[in-house]
Design a protein around this ligand. Structure first.
Ligand code: GNR
Ligand code: NI
Length: 177
């Protein structure tokens, strides 16, 4: 089966709000596996289904498997995730996004979150996360609302990024940062 293609700016479909998953069956699990493969291949530490053209509330994450080191995979699948609690204390990470290739910027977010979700067997789970995992979960849940990490930056920076991607796309090249 062909690998899933990751959508990049200025594609407006990244702004769509994703719809809840209604049934968790083998077809969905096959799709989860394909998402995971695309994420590892990229390589990235997280992926939301909307980034591969499926606006459904599905996320894959593996913060341990940053580079393609075989044997250290620890994937997490979050279906219909809901952030139940965000800490008051915040943390700053330099974020990137597979849909905004080669642009990185520091984003401040709550340092810890508690999230409720369905796992790949359809079982309800809750997890408390901190560090990079907490940042990644928030970055991915933002995608489900059509929100990108550049939305956390100043309007000046965000507009600069979008303009560079739009201009580059018209000229059939990649943006230079
Ligand atoms: O691969 C990714 N790295 C990353 C680094 C810091 C904060 C968030 C991320 S998620 C990103 C992959 C991606 O675009 N997921 O939507
Ligand atoms: Ni992203």
């Amino acid at each position: 089966m062909a690998q899933l293609n990751i959508i990049t700016l200025p594609d407006r479909s990244l702004r769509r709000k994703s719809a809840p998953v209604e049934r968790i069956d083998d077809d969905l699990r096959t799709f989860l596996d394909r998402m995971l493969e695309a994420m590892y291949e990229a390589p990235g530490i997280g992926l939301a289904a909307v980034q591969v053209g499926e606006p459904r509330r599905i996320i894959t994450i593996d913060v341990a498997h940053k580079e393609n080191e075989e044997g250290t995979k620890s994937p997490i699948f979050l279906i219909n995730p809901e952030i139940l609690w965000r800490s008051d204390d915040t943390g700053i990470y330099e974020e990137g996004c597979l849909s905004i290739p080669e642009y990185y910027a520091e984003v401040e977010r709550p340092a810890k979150v508690r999230v409720k979700y369905l796992d790949r067997d359809g079982r309800e789970q809750e997890m408390e996360a901190d560090g990079l995992l907490a940042t990644c979960i928030q970055h991915e849940v933002d995608h489900l609302e059509g929100k990108l990490f550049i939305d956390h930056l100043s309007k000046l920076k965000r507009d600069m990024v979008v303009r560079k991607f739009s201009k580059a796309a018209k000229e059939g090249r990649k943006p230079v940062f």
